[in-house]
Design a protein around this ligand. Sequence first.
Ligand code: PLP
Length: 480
Amino acid sequence: MDKTSAIGDMPDKEFREYGYRIVDKIADYFKEMENLPVLSQNEPNDLKSKLPPSAPDQGEEFAEVLKDMDDLIIPALSHWNHPNFHGLFSTSTSSVGVFGEMFIAAFDQKAMLWRTSPASTELEEVTLNWLRELMGLPEQFSGLIYDTASVSTMHAIAAARERKGLRIREDGMSGRDDLPLLRVYGSDQTHSSIEKSLITLGLGQRSMCAVKTNDRYSIDVDELRASIERDISNGFEPLCVVATIGTTSTASSDDLQAIAEICEANDIWLHVDMAYAGSAMILPELQHFMDGIESADSVVTNPHKWLFTPFDLSVLYMKDMEILRKAFSLVPEYLKVAEDVTNQMDYGIQLGRRFRSLKLWFVIRYFGADGLRSRIREHIRLAKLFASWVEESERFQLSADVDFALVCFRAVPERVEDLNSFNETLMNEINREGGAYLSHTKLDDQIVLRLSVGSIRAEERHLIKTWKLLNAKLEELCDK
Ligand SMILES: *Cc1c(COP(=O)(O)O)cnc(C)c1O
């Protein structure tokens, strides 16, 4: 085919041929991924240096492109789906989630108005209601999908600001001397995305108050109360408290009930960040972490983290969506409609929205509530099993409680003086060799290793493998 003068899309026959091959390739990838190094073994610029600096003038055979996928792209991937990807939070897509993305790309919806995508607008509402019920969130909450928790949280804080009635939507914050310093509270374990929201919203980092935590890495509630009182007496305006269920460092949780009481007494917006642990709330035995949730104004959870849904899909649940609409709705003439419907463009900064609910709907329908619960339960069992090995070992020590599927621990071999640099070396060596990926955090000046279990492909043997790698590497380093 002469592609230079051709118009139109890839021919139907070619699309089908490659389509079947690509599904086979993805299936092979899932099946054989285990044999690949978890982290890419590339050095910086390895990929860039192998690609031409300019786009091709002539279209290429798609087979050529696929070949480069194998030769160039896959080696540059760090395999988040790998069962031994334990760093950060282990997240993965299910196969059925991939099907979702295929249709989402094919349908190419931009759900700005109901009219531009009734399917996306309505399926999102229904699916998020299912998820709300599964998580045991009260009925007053309704949800909206954004790309990431960072963006969900930014919208929640914007809504909190709108509720204060400070005319910031209309007049902004700059050039005004009638505005008090607005304060947003979290703990010293709160996710960095909160502070980024404050930067974005023009509140500034000065607005952030990071309250110290107790020995379980939960916010010190007395200290929170005292900070708020101090701020009020200084003429500051408390705006929002961010409570976390499942912090990023250790997956610790704040005492929601106690925080809710403080927020109610002071008319402060309560935002609950459970980007990671929200998925685990589908387990009845973990619902107690949400005691007090009925007082929250907004809640964020990321099905793309631990609910087998491909990135990206974050859900913001709000008690009063109307505030969000008041904060963001701006309708130009060409988008005015007569229908009395939900137009999702009214609830945030973006106009077009991806049809993300489709993949979550696939996942929930395919696995069912029971299937999702048993998978999450298994991950928690595996994490606790790993923690029991750590506890039984003389060479390792547990650094935090294991409430979900994250284990924080460190190596404590005898006769090693600088345990921090020893643990760093241990982690870096394992990560470099590619058998597993662990990440770290710092707790009370100690470098601590983090092992997260969350891949839908994780089995007990993968944890055994990581445990063996850790022990072998520790011995090797001690022998040096
Ligand atoms: C992962 C995480 C976030 C940020 O998630 P993104 O979706 O990547 O923005 C925020 N808070 C907590 C507690 C998290 O675990």
